[in-house]
Design a protein around this ligand. Structure first.
Ligand code: BG6
Length: 489
């Protein structure tokens, strides 16, 4: 097969960030706390902790992050130098509506993103905006239990409309909720949904995030409210500007059965349906898929929250594109004895054919092609974008300030080769924004030590570092990849 020139001419090469992992300035210019500001730093072996208020003397990485708030001009210039065609950022809801339920937006917050889009425009970079990337205003968590309340739908739609109206001539690509499907598992309930809760938790008592109480009934109800909020935003967005492209964003962990044992095959099918397919089916097709109802029944979830009115809203607010993150595949086994490994939101059984990253994630470039093929078969009606993919590793700064991150180049190169093959096989892939083009705080462990960037940020987990930026070897490599439209890898 000839893979020359297989990327479309206007392919959207770039990178992706999230507000709470990059901006810092957590209480500046009118912003109030968001749910992400309540979670401490951790490591691979030390969990991130939570208390229902900020505990003095404790390190909260989002409060400073990499100070993108004050370095964005410099950073976007570096993205421009690499030749980015697209930059995916998220807007921090608590900058625009600091308490979530305010009636009027915070002008200073709106201005910050005006500046970002103006910088992007300078370098010919198309912005893509996620409205809600794993955080909601903390006040909404406290007062309304996040998306468990129908009121939060109303607040989200007000926020979405405000952003659409303000930025309609600057932003065309929008995503409503980051990795919305993570809410299908207990570990994913706290972040975007705002279900940070545990009865009797004292104000200063820090507990591991994983120890928060999970209530599947509330979690699926809150997820339903997110679907409704997203669909209402999609419909409103199309009224504001007909050519907006608004997408779903799904965390794809490609699951393989560990063995041909039919028990493993069926367990894997269920896992793929609930985790990978369910949310995309609702958002692309506009209705709940049949298989989810038996899952609800098996798990004693009363789904009377799916009203006729909501069904109509979902049908009217279908997304225009399918976007997803891909870092790894995992295996499913029904044998309790098999070895397990980690993952960004959930781990799985060890695949003996694959290597692991330093954080114990399977490295599986072919899994990306497999996933792209699956998505195309399932949703042939919409374009697809990979909006997160990357290698979180430990970088060493040499005495001459160079950083030879060949492992990162290797990882990205192999994934891009599989994208080429997928495109040749007919996948309508329109863009690729790799994760963390500049080092940012890790969401899973809350540390800076795990780095994804083409650009190094001098900031350490003990709070030291002057936030200066340095180009890694991968910076020059990615620049070449973009300039050659994916030919020179
Ligand atoms: C994705 C999230 O799941 O994984 C990002 O959307 C996150 O916010 C990324 O940073 C990588 O995970 P981690 O834990 O290495 O930061």
């Amino acid at each position: 097969k000839d893979y020359n020139n297989c990327f479309p001419k206007d392919f959207l090469w770039g990178g992706a960030l999230a507000a709470n992992q990059a901006e810092g300035a957590y209480l500046e210019d009118g912003k109030q706390l968001s749910s992400a500001d309540m979670v401490t730093g951790g490591t691979k072996d030390k969990p991130r902790m939570f208390a229902p208020r900020i505990v003095k003397g404790v390190y909260y990485p989002s409060h400073t992050a990499i100070d993108f708030y004050h370095h964005h001009k410099e950073d976007i210039a570096l993205f421009g130098e690499m030749g980015f065609k697209m930059l995916r950022i998220s807007i921090n809801w608590a900058r625009i509506f600091p308490n979530g339920d305010d009636l009027e937006p915070n002008e200073k917050g709106l201005q910050f993103y005006d500046e970002i889009f103006a910088e992007c425009q300078k370098y010919g970079i198309e912005p893509m905006v996620t409205l809600c990337h794993y955080e909601i205003p903390w006040n909404l968590v406290k007062k309304y239990k996040g998306f468990y309340s129908k009121k939060t739908i109303e607040f989200f739609v007000r926020y979405a409309k405000t952003c659409f109206n303000r930025y309609k001539d600057k932003v065309k690509y929008w995503l409503t909720f980051n990795e919305i499907n993570c809410a299908t598992i207990a570990e994913g309930g706290y972040n975007g949904l705002g279900l940070l809760q545990k009865k009797d938790l004292l104000n200063d008592e820090l507990i591991p995030l994983a120890d928060l109480t999970d209530n599947a009934q509330e979690r699926f109800e809150a997820l339903h409210n997110e679907f409704v909020a997203s669909a209402l935003a999609v419909s409103a967005g199309h009224k504001i500007k007909a050519d907006f492209l608004i997408g779903c964003m799904i965390n794809r962990i490609t699951w393989y059965p560990l063995t041909p044992n039919p028990d493993d095959i069926l367990a894997c099918q269920t896992k793929n349906r609930i985790f990978n397919d369910f949310a995309g089916d609702v958002m692309v097709r506009g209705s709940y898929p049949t298989y989810i109802f038996s899952y609800f029944e098996d798990n004693n979830i009363d789904y009377s929250f799916i009203t006729k009115k909501d069904q109509q809203i979902l049908a009217d607010g279908k997304v225009d594109m399918y976007t997803f993150s891909y870092y790894m595949s995992n295996c499913i086994s029904t044998d309790p004895e098999v070895e397990h490994v980690g993952g960004n939101i959930t781990g799985g059984a060890r695949n003996p054919y694959l290597k692991l990253s330093e954080w114990g994630w399977h490295i599986d470039p072919q899994g990306l092609r497999y996933t792209l093929n699956l998505i195309t078969d399932r949703y042939p009606q919409v374009p697809i974008m990979v909006v997160e993919n990357g290698y979180g590793g430990i970088d060493k700064v040499e005495p001459d300030d160079s950083i030879h991150d060949l492992y990162r180049i290797e990882y990205l190169k192999k994934h891009i080769i599989e994208m080429q093959k997928a495109i040749v096989q007919g996948v309508p892939l329109i863009g690729y924004t790799s994760w963390g083009p500049i080092d940012i705080v890790s969401v899973g462990t809350g540390e800076m030590y795990k780095r994804y960037g083409y650009i190094y940020v001098k900031r350490n987990d003990d709070g030291t570092g002057d936030f200066s930026r340095k180009k890694k070897d991968s910076f020059y490599w990615y620049k070449k990849v973009i300039a050659s439209n994916g030919q020179e890898l």
